[in-house]
Design a protein around this ligand. Structure first.
Ligand SMILES: [Zn+2]
Length: 90
């Protein structure tokens, strides 16, 4: 059985580089390898697509800080303290 793209990095190696690729941290030659591989590999395209969307969601969330009303924050803190105290008693 012949491997059509034996000279290209395997899926496993590329998966480790996908986040660097999405961040623009991957060297140009590795980007090219990855893009060539994905041209022939639907699996890796799906992974990149999913990862890309996840990164976008996380970035859009971190751009929008969550502000809790003071009373909600106080209740949340009280509840967390209570849970922590119970956990210590176990
Ligand atoms: Zn692949």
């Amino acid at each position: 059985m012949t491997k059509p793209h034996a000279e290209l990095p395997p899926c496993h190696d590329l998966a480790l580089q996908l986040s660097a690729y999405l961040d623009g941290d991957l060297p140009a030659d590795l980007c090219r390898d990855l893009e060539v591989h994905m041209g022939d590999c639907p699996d890796c395209r799906v992974v990149l697509d999913t990862l890309g969307r996840t990164v976008q969601i996380v970035r859009s969330l971190s751009d929008t800080p969550i502000f809790l009303p003071a009373d909600v924050e106080a209740r949340l803190l009280a509840r967390l303290t209570e849970i922590a105290r119970k956990a210590q008693q176990l």
